[in-house]
Write a protein that binds this ligand. Structure first.
Ligand code: SF4
Length: 447
């Protein structure tokens, strides 16, 4: 197995010396293996002479003698000696801003193939100009994905509100119960920070087919969503989609803000106040008449595409009279598509059951040509799936029962992303969900 030997300066064996490598009092030597394992080898005292002048060649020579079996020299700063090492020796310099040895070694594992290639080329006599910089990845807490999605391809999710801040508390919500039911529009997340994270993600995340404002609640509650969409449009051609429950579209300022989006996917799960209250459990100030008028008005004004999503819950909003009323609304609205969905992911409430595929097919016929069933039934797969993430989730579940939020925090993945993996793992029988004191816990399954 391939191995790289690493030298870094440290006085206490915990932190990397905040100076040039040659100035450290002690060197710590580690081996990093191709499979990501790493091991401390030994500590060596830096017996090289005090630097008489900057980039002293005598000092460089003495340090390379002490570290002659090492491949990688790690420093906190790019010193002139590092440039000379790069241009004249077989040693590969690396610079890092990471403070501790353990964090650095963890991060270094991700760079093994690239560093190993540089080391090999040097051993063969080449002198590559690159001095890699190892940094901690920027934490993108407002961004998740790209998540493979049937409708939007690789969709980069943008989260604009704190977890479960929503004007609804839908019985089918896959995120659990709403903890902050509100209609207050305000800057729930720092807009500048969200924008810089979107920029960072566009530069670093590979294929993105859609930038999707959705996330941990209702994105239109963010009062600067319009500004954000317009700013995003200045920096990228990637289309912007907004997934909304549609409850606030009666507000003229919000409709205006959404005009810059390419695609808006509003939901409409009810045609009567009774159904709205049963399925969406809205904020007390909301009423179905206003919601429907808002959605209709928006469809008249919006120049982009609109896909209307209708989520049907067995025995709650799937009765014939309700469907007939919804069909009439859809005729007036003329959306580009109608997406019929049902409860295929673990819902907030256990009494929220899915419709059968044959019921959905029957209802689909009433909505006409533009209607599609988008519910992903058992056995269907998303386009891409990362086996490593599946393994990480299984490892957590095997240690102790965990909630969706535990998994999301432990793995640094957004809950919406984790949900997709859990759904597949449940189908395979590898995890099982259990309710305890109102919370859903995941345990190893029998599969
Ligand atoms: S499904 Fe959407 S609208 Fe309904 S409670 Fe969950 S986040 Fe809010």
């Amino acid at each position: 197995m391939r191995r790289i030997r690493i030298a870094l300066g440290s006085e206490d064996g915990i932190n990397i010396s905040p100076t040039h490598l040659g100035m450290a009092e002690k060197f710590h030597i580690y081996d990093l293996w191709e499979n990501g394992d790493y091991r401390f080898i030994e500590k060596r005292v830096n017996r090289s002479p005090q630097e008489r002048k900057h980039a002293d060649p005598e000092k460089r020579k003495a340090v390379t003698e002490i570290l002659k079996d090492c491949d990688l020299f790690v420093g906190r700063r790019l010193s002139p000696n590092f440039v000379k090492l790069r241009d004249n020796t077989r040693f590969q310099p690396v610079v890092t801003e990471i403070d501790t040895i353990s964090d650095f070694m963890e991060e270094l594992r991700n760079f093994f193939p690239h560093l190993s290639d540089l080391v090999k080329r040097r051993k063969e006599g080449e002198k590559p100009k690159e001095i890699p910089k190892i940094s901690k990845p920027l934490k993108l807490n407002h961004i998740y994905g790209p998540v493979p999605s049937r409708r939007l391809g690789f969709s980069l999710g943008v989260d604009l509100v704190p977890y479960k801040t929503c004007s609804f508390d839908c019985v089918y919500c896959q995120l659990g119960r709403t903890t902050d039911k509100t209609v207050e529009r305000k800057e729930w997340m720092p807009t500048g920070e969200v924008l810089s994270q979107i920029k960072e993600a566009i530069d670093s995340k590979g294929r993105i087919d859609y930038l999707t404002f959705s996330g941990s609640g209702e994105p239109t509650l963010h009062s600067r969503i319009g500004w954000l969409i317009r700013e995003v449009k200045k920096i990228t051609d990637i289309p912007v989609a907004v997934l909304t429950n549609g409850s606030l579209l009666f507000k003229e300022d919000l409709r205006e803000e959404l005009m810059a989006a390419d695609l808006v996917v509003p939901s409409l799960d009810a045609a009567t106040q009774k159904s709205l209250e049963r399925v969406n459990r809205p904020h007390s100030s909301l009423n179905i008449g206003e919601i429907i008028q808002g959605i209709l008005q928006f469809s008249r004004e919006f120049k982009g595409r609109i896909w209307l999503e209708i989520m049907l819950v067995k025995g709650i909003n799937d009765v014939e009279e309700e469907i007939e009323k919804m069909v009439k609304i859809v005729r007036k609205m003329q959306p580009d598509k109608v997406h019929l969905n049902t409860v295929v992911r673990p819902p907030s409430e256990e009494f929220a059951h899915p419709l059968s595929i044959s019921d959905l097919e029957r209802i689909k016929a009433s909505f006409g040509q533009r209607c599609e069933i988008i519910a992903g039934f058992k056995g269907e797969r998303e386009e891409a799936y990362v086996q490593d993430i599946e393994g990480d989730i299984l490892e957590l579940v095997q240690r102790r029962p965990v909630t969706l939020s535990d998994i999301s925090h432990s793995l640094g993945l957004h809950q919406n992303e984790v949900i997709k993996y859990l759904q597949v793992l449940e189908e395979k029988g590898k995890v099982e969900a259990h309710r305890f004191e109102g919370r859903r816990y995941y345990k190893p399954g029998m599969g």
